[in-house]
Design a binder for this molecule. Structure first.
Ligand code: OAD
Length: 251
C-alpha cells in the first residue's frame, strides 16, 4: 500500500467540500460478483451482443432472461464487502457526497448508501419492454426472489408484453436525469474517486475527466492500470475492499 498517497488523499478529502465517487464492477469483486473485463470477466465468457443489447432481447428474450436470472442468483447470494460499507460511512464525512455507480447489483444501497446514482440501472428492477410504464421493483435487501414466469421463460408484463431488466444495454442511451446529476456533481467536486472501473465505457468514463478538467483531485483505486491512470492525480493500487477502509481510517 502506498501510504504517502493514502495520506495525501485523506488530507484532501478532509478539507473537501464536495466529494464524488464513481464505482465499477471492481468494488463488488470481493463480494463474489464477477466483473466484466477482468481475468474471469463476464465478457470473456459470454457475448455482450447476444445477451446485453436490445437486438438480443428481441431475438431471444428467454435466453437474455436466463442470463439475468443467473446473475441475480449470484448477486442475491452476495453481501456488501468492507469497501461498500466504508463508502456508506464516508457519505457523512463531506458537506456534499455523491455516489455514482455503474453497477446494477444494488450492493451500495444494501451497505447503507443513500441516493446512489445508478447510471446503468438495477438488476432487481424490471420494466415493460413495450414501454407501457409498468415497473416491477424488487430492489429490497431480501432480493433474490423469483420473477413471475416459469423457469427460464421471460416474465410477462400485466399489459401482455414482456418485461425486461431495467438495465442499460449496449447501444442504449443512459437516463438523462441520472447522467446530468452525475456530470453536475463531477464538475463541482473537490475530490473525485474512481474505484474499480476499467474506465472504458462512456459516458461514465468521462466523469473523472470532467472532474479533473474542473480542477478536482482525481484518485484512482484499482488493482490494475486503466486508460484513466495517466490522468489521475493519485493512483492507489490495490483492492477496493482494503483501500477504502484504509482511507477512512485516516480521515
Ligand atoms: P469492468 O469489468 O470493465 O472493470 C472492472 C475494473 O475493476 C477493472 O479495471 C479491474 O482491474 C478492477 N478490479 C477488479 N477487482 C478489483 C478490486 N478487488 N478492487 C479494485 N479494482 C478491481 O467493470 P466496469 O468498469 O464497471 O455496462 O464496466 C463498465 C460497464 O461495462 C458495466 O457497467 C457494464 C459493462 O459492460 C453495462 O452493462 C451497460
Amino acid at each position: 500500500m502506498d501510504l504517502d498517497a493514502l495520506d495525501t488523499l485523506a488530507a484532501r478529502m478532509r478539507s473537501a467540500a464536495a466529494i464524488v465517487v464513481l464505482t465499477g464492477a471492481g468494488i463488488s469483486a470481493e463480494s463474489g460478483v464477477p466483473t466484466f473485463r477482468g481475468q474471469d470477466g463476464l465478457w470473456r465468457r459470454y457475448s455482450a451482443a447476444e445477451l446485453a443489447t436490445p437486438e438480443a432481447f428481441s431475438r431471444d428474450p428467454d435466453l437474455v432472461w436466463q442470463w439475468y436470472r443467473w446473475r441475480r442468483s449470484l448477486i442475491g447470494r452476495a453481501i456488501p464487502n468492507p469497501g461498500h460499507l466504508s463508502l456508506a460511512r464516508l457519505q457523512e464525512r463531506a458537506a456534499r457526497f455523491d455516489l455514482v455507480t455503474q453497477n446494477v447489483d444494488g450492493l451500495h444501497q444494501r451497505a447503507g448508501s443513500a441516493a446512489v446514482i445508478e447510471l446503468h440501472g438495477n438488476i432487481w428492477r424490471s420494466r415493460c419492454a413495450r414501454g407501457c410504464g409498468f415497473v416491477l421493483d424488487e430492489t429490497t435487501p431480501a432480493a433474490g426472489s423469483e420473477l413471475p414466469g416459469e423457469g427460464g421463460a421471460a416474465p410477462a408484463c400485466p399489459c401482455g408484453a414482456l418485461l425486461r431488466p431495467d438495465v442499460v444495454w449496449f447501444g442504449e442511451p443512459l437516463d438523462e436525469g441520472r447522467i446530468d446529476l452525475a456530470v453536475r456533481a463531477a464538475r463541482n467536486c473537490d475530490v473525485f474517486l474512481a474505484i474499480g472501473t476499467s474506465a472504458l465505457v462512456y459516458p461514465a468514463a468521462g466523469l473523472p475527466l470532467i472532474a479533473a478538467g474542473a480542477g478536482a483531485l482525481v484518485a484512482e483505486i484499482n488493482v490494475d492500470d486503466t486508460p484513466l491512470t495517466p490522468h489521475a492525480g493519485l493512483v492507489l493500487r490495490g483492492k477496493a475492499a482494503e483501500m477504502i477502509p484504509a482511507i477512512e481510517a485516516r480521515l
